[in-house]
Design a protein. Sequence first.
Length: 228
Amino acid sequence: MSSPDNPSAVNPLPPAVVALFLIIMGIELAFSLGARGIVGGPEAVGWRLSAIQTYAFSGDIFDWMWTNNHWPFEHLMRFVTYPFVHVSFTQALFVSVFVLAMGKMVGEVFGGAAMMLIFVASGIGGALAYAVLLNEPFPLIGGFPAVYGLIGAFTYLLWHNLSLVGANQSRAFTLIAFLMGVQLLFGLLFGGQKDWVADLAGFATGFGLSFFVAPGGWQRIRRRMQHD
């Protein structure tokens, strides 16, 4: 039991962060247990593949919808569902760790609703960039574009705080520069998809959206527009 004189050593996570973590890892746990035959019976072995076919984002499907001007819900939902389906337990675990770390810092400042908005919108922004800028036959799977949106929001917090003390604001982009550098290096060494485009677009979406959803952000934008 904690009190003002005996604070807890660990700050509680915002409920929205806990919810995201439980959803991501709950889905992954079902896939992993199903693949081992522990739950779901024989058909559970194919749960992951079935989920990828149904919920992953496909650039080819997006091109078909655009060409035919036909937007069925079963394909539109892929913009929102693909961050919750992962190709492996390891990928889901890394995404979950970033959700806990970045989501906590963003959620404590922005609030749970704004944090969730950034997560979802960044996933959508990443998928749009993946479809429009690339011609990849592989589906976009996993929560990294949405997580990079949270990193974008965290970068905004650093950028804003550095501006308040008159420091060099470019220092706020050190984390994203490091992460993208590592990702590009691994791509050059080992090959793979160009999903870093979706990650970078997710980051840009999260950073840009933060100007509006940060505490007092919309009021600052309105004042600046009025002055201009």
